[in-house]
Design a protein around this ligand. Structure first.
Ligand code: NI
Length: 260
């Protein structure tokens, strides 16, 4: 076990923000954390995530096309590329995938939905969970997971939806993951959900290099700050850091069951 016993279930260590000190940082983090899951956002970053997972025992990869990058998909052969990577022993999920209606320049909603459903199908074929990104698309995401998707395990990363939506997701056994935003002063709504989620469906993350928790908000984020997310969550949920660390690391290994 690492110093904290925590798992960062979502960090982009392949990001260029880490180009200067990636190896130094990961060597340090290998003693701090039990593990890190590095999701991919397109073909290149998915490959990079696998490279990092091959180099570091405690790093695991997910592979997928993020909704912001869908314009770069040439044709449906992108799914063959993902399938080839999905069989790697350290690829533990398909992600991050989802819907992003925030950016005007993203693909139209129907295209985003189609690519999401295709990648969920792929996850089912390989019996992998999916890591879901939902930005300003709560209604459509909920509808997809209520009506169209059956038999897939999922985590809603950096959860930002309503408490009502969280209740619907929890009812179906989906996981909710919380990061730096849950520490922000104006995030009372996120903390209401954080307080509500059952122990066995709770995950922590950083989404590094973005969304840095308080008191480092505005600076570069890194997985070591999972500790700040967990401390804050312990306070919100009225429990201890140690209890939450043990519980959430157990949850990671149940959801991402290729991690031993
Ligand atoms: Ni992310």
């Amino acid at each position: 076990m690492s110093r904290t016993g925590l798992f960062d279930s979502h960090a982009h260590m392949d990001s260029e923000y880490f180009d200067e000190d990636r190896d130094q940082l990961l060597t340090f983090l290998s003693k701090e954390l039990d593990g890190i899951i590095n999701p991919g956002c397109d073909e290149i970053s998915s490959r990079f995530a696998i490279e990092l997972a091959e180099k570091y025992d405690f790093v695991y990869a997910a592979v997928g096309w993020h909704p912001e990058n869908l314009k770069d998909i040439a044709d449906n052969s992108y799914l063959d590329g993902l399938a080839a990577m999905a069989v790697h022993p350290k690829v533990v999920a398909i992600g991050e995938i989802g819907l992003d209606y925030y950016w005007q320049e993203n693909e139209p909603k129907d295209v985003q939905k189609r690519r999401l459903l295709e990648q969920i199908d792929l996850a089912k074929q390989f019996d992998l969970p999916v890591i879901i990104h939902d930005r300003d698309a709560h209604g459509d995401i909920l509808e997809i997971f209520q009506k169209e998707v059956k038999g897939v395990r999922a985590v809603f990363h950096c959860y930002s939806g309503s408490l009502e939506m969280a209740k619907e997701l929890v009812k179906r056994g989906f996981y909710l993951s919380f990061g730096g935003t849950s520490t922000y002063k104006n995030a009372a709504k996120v903390r209401d959900v954080l307080q509500y989620v059952p122990d066995d469906l709770l995950l922590f993350e950083t989404d590094s290099p973005y969304l840095t928790p308080v008191p480092y908000r505005g600076k570069r984020n890194h997985p070591g700050y999972t500790e700040l997310v967990a401390s804050n969550a312990a306070q919100v949920r009225g429990t201890t850091f140690e209890v939450l660390a043990a519980q959430t690391t157990k949850n990671v290994k149940i959801l991402f069951n290729k991690i031993k």
